[in-house]
Design a protein around this ligand. Sequence first.
Ligand code: SAM
Ligand code: DTB
Ligand code: SF4
Length: 330
Amino acid sequence: MSFEELQNIYNLPFFDLLTRSRQVHVTYWPDNSVQLCTLLSVKTGGCSEDCAYCSQSAHYKTGVERRPLMTVEEVLPIARIAKENGSTRFCMGAAWKGVRMGEPKFNQMLDIVRAVSSLGMEVCVTLGELNEEEARALREAGVTAYNHNIDTSPDFYPNIVSTHTFEDRLHTIAAVQREGIALCCGGILGLGESVSDRLRMLEVLCSFNPPPESIPINCLVPIPGTPLENSPPVDTFDLVRLIATTRISLPSSKIRLSAGRSSLSPEAQALCFFAGANSIFFGDRLLTTPNTSTNQDLQFLQKLGLQPLEPFTNYSPPQKNSTQPIPATD
Ligand code: SAM
Ligand code: DTB
Ligand code: SF4
């Protein structure tokens, strides 16, 4: 969908926009389900990159305690509990610039993925930059999805990161898609970007082939010590408009209401689900910041008549599809 089309949708009268996005939502997602995803930071802090929003960048004094890569023995019980609690996706994040084939840390990560994959949940990882070789190894180990956000528009990106480029992000995304791993790709609102930047970001998401399987929409969690510590909160109506526009333009993608959710009122969260969000991070913590408690979330979903997406049985990960043309980005 073009930028102009996205603008026209985004600027519809609020209730017209919601009516349209709801129609799309019930057509593509008729069962009132919300996917529950558990997040775990398997390697925390000390990252070489200078992303202005991030608690884990070594460039800022945020007070986040550095922790080395966890072992299989440490991760596996946490993943088991996540499954028992109803999560169907286990997402592991590492504060790295990226990974390279043959590195001990990458081999350890592959061992972790093999172990978690044996539990029968979707396995998502976010490890920073990689090439096709690493993507293939992750897929063979059992990764079903790779999270790599574009975060904002290409033009605004240099305002929030200087240690890598928007093009670098696209390169990793292309490698992930060429290897047939489901792409989890979204962004953050509240970095000081304009509405046009948000729609330019959406325009890039719309250009991926296939479209992202899931789209995390994060609202900035301001982290003391980062350049964005004093950023004002995102306007709820702007957030809901963006979710609705995303639902209309990318109907088959799951939209994950991600970081910042615990700062939203129940009414605001309900509007986000109505507009098209159908996935959340579920668990008391995100990576380094608190999340809404699981009990509160389950009660709230029940109140709205939304069901946690059924844990699947006999899950078979997406296979590499060599007939699908993926445009090169470099
Ligand atoms: N290092 C990897 C990378 O950059 O892709 C993975 C981890 S990074 C924490 C994953 C995503 O979390 C970021 O792209 C950003 O969208 C989101 N994120 C990180 N810190 C955040 C914050 N303080 N508030 C909201 N979203 C945040
Ligand atoms: C994503 O888009 N959001 C998650 C996940 N992908 C890795 C991370 C949110 C991090 C929020 C800040 C923190 O807890 O450090
Ligand atoms: Fe944080 Fe990822 Fe940026 Fe590192 S690359 S500073 S972990 S967002």
